[in-house]
Design a protein. Structure first.
Length: 152
């Protein structure tokens, strides 16, 4: 997906088994972020950064939604262990990740694999993508601060 595109209506099922739809957020902005794997160091740092600044992001009108290929049970455990108070979509079939364009080839330690590309989408009140941060731009430990600087 690109800037100006609408996000899919059905986003997926979260860690509590709730279906998450874009229309539930009409009139609110969304930070929709994809991460490779729950409970890994970078993904934990990113999620905890967002949780720590959740009130500030909400004051700017943003709801936070995370998505990874992890199973619902892994997402629930991740949320519980780190006190994450936002939906974590369990996209085990990579439907949303592929639709967003954040599923593809990546290189780590010289090894090529297919997986989730850490990406954040800022979505407006109508469900339209206004900004995309790619893997090379995201600093996991201060990701929320990066986003707050963007939306000031």
């Amino acid at each position: 997906m690109n800037i100006g595109d609408k996000i899919p209506e059905v986003l997926g099922t979260d860690q509590h088994g709730n279906e998450i739809k874009a229309s539930q957020y009409r009139g609110r902005k969304i930070i929709l972020y994809s991460y490779p794997k729950a409970n890994t160091s970078g993904c934990t740092a990113e999620a905890c950064s967002l949780q720590a600044h959740k009130a500030e992001l909400e004051a700017k009108g943003y709801a936070i939604i995370g998505v990874s290929k992890d199973k619902q049970t892994a997402q629930a455990k991740f949320a519980e262990q780190h006190g994450l108070e936002f939906p974590l979509i369990a996209d085990t079939e990579t439907t949303l990740l592929q639709a967003l364009g954040c599923w593809g080839e990546k290189v780590a330690c010289g090894r090529r694999t297919i997986g989730t590309l850490r990406t954040t989408y800022l979505v407006n009140e109508e469900g339209v993508i206004e900004h995309i941060m790619g893997p090379k731009e995201i600093k996991t430990k201060i990701h929320a601060e990066q986003l707050l600087a963007l939306v000031e």
